[in-house]
Design a protein. Structure first.
Length: 111
């Protein structure tokens, strides 16, 4: 049985752009992704990433009901995946965060 992976893309790079990467992982993984994060009226882009974290959580619950996933994210997607795992660790078996743009300093509290 393939291992479930939930992928969240980088800012401005929709999930379809990663198809070659996904195909390299072969049949060992069941990869599902949000096509373009932040485009859902239920999960709007605001001055914080809370709605986008909730979009990742909702998508995992919908795409992989009653399963833990490998959370895979690139850049911005790695941070919202990390934040989703912090909020809902029960949904994740492990995380792979690629090229995370960590926000540090006083303004980091707003994210």
């Amino acid at each position: 049985m393939p291992q479930p992976i939930h992928f969240t893309h980088a800012n401005g790079i929709p999930s379809a752009s990663y198809q070659k990467f996904f195909s390299a992982l072969g049949v060992e993984y069941d990869i599902k992704a949000i096509p373009v994060i932040g485009m859902s009226p239920e999960h709007p882009v605001t001055y914080t990433w809370t709605h986008l974290v909730n979009q990742v959580i909702a998508d995992i619950e919908q795409q992989f009901p009653n399963q833990q996933v490998i959370g895979l994210g690139h850049s911005f997607g790695s941070l919202v995946t990390l934040m989703a795992a912090y909020k809902r660790p029960d949904l994740f078996s492990q995380l792979v965060i690629m090229d995370p743009p960590f926000v540090i300093g006083p303004k980091s509290a707003i994210f």
